[in-house]
Design a protein around this ligand. Sequence first.
Ligand code: ADP
Length: 258
Amino acid sequence: MSKQIQVSGLDAYYGSHKAIEDVSMTIEPRSITAFIGPSGCGKSTFLRTLNRMHEVVPGARVEGKVLLDGEDLYDPDVEPVSVRRMIGMVFQRPNPFPTMSVYENVAAGLRLNGRIPKPELDDLVEDSLKGANLWNEVKNRLNEPGARLSGGQQQRLCIARAIAVKPEVLLMDEPCSALDPISTLAIEELMSKLKNEYTIVIVTHNMQQAARVSDRTAFFNLAAQGQPGKVIEMDETSRIFTSPSYQATRDYITGRFG
Ligand code: ADP
């Protein structure tokens, strides 16, 4: 349940605007890869190219290759919907289906795969909530609307919903930016647990978070305003934060810009 992503020569456009240029990288399974860099340098755009969410924006397109364990995700025979099932996503603002119950939030994705007998569905929902470190807090509130949970619980509910369908990869776009420090810590602990089973990629503006949770870090930057974003360097997280190869990386991680 954890696959490698290999990207080569990837460009992403919004209409005629090239947002990222010539990104190549390998994202290893059973690890956390962090994307850092100033706003607007294409981290979220790149993340969304990894599960074909980028092309949902009218006029948006991608050039280059993304392979999941060698399978080309942009092959004309590949359905974007199946890619999004294999590569789940968690967003900045927790977005549970607000009027649906906690239970239904997790069950909804599972039901798309066909009818599941109730006892089996109950078990899958429980396993997913346990997997997201949320079960103990919600086991007596399964019928309450998802929107009634705290922000941090809602984010873990979204993670439970994402892992319920057993994806290969979890993409997280600033998953803690709307959360308080205690909820942030809970999500970080959860990420560290989930990396035993999943390939995890996270965009974060929080340097400490990247340093605490990730195994490898890619630093994105713009050559100049109006230019497309690029990956300046990617390495073991400890190396990026102690002895990066580029001055721009050093300036960013020491807070001199961005
Ligand atoms: P980051 O995640 O690093 O802050 P983004 O990926 O959000 O960067 O943005 C990269 C570039 O793409 C920016 O120039 C931004 O204005 C542009 N962009 C992002 N989303 C859209 C969109 N939906 N339509 C047009 N341009 C967009």
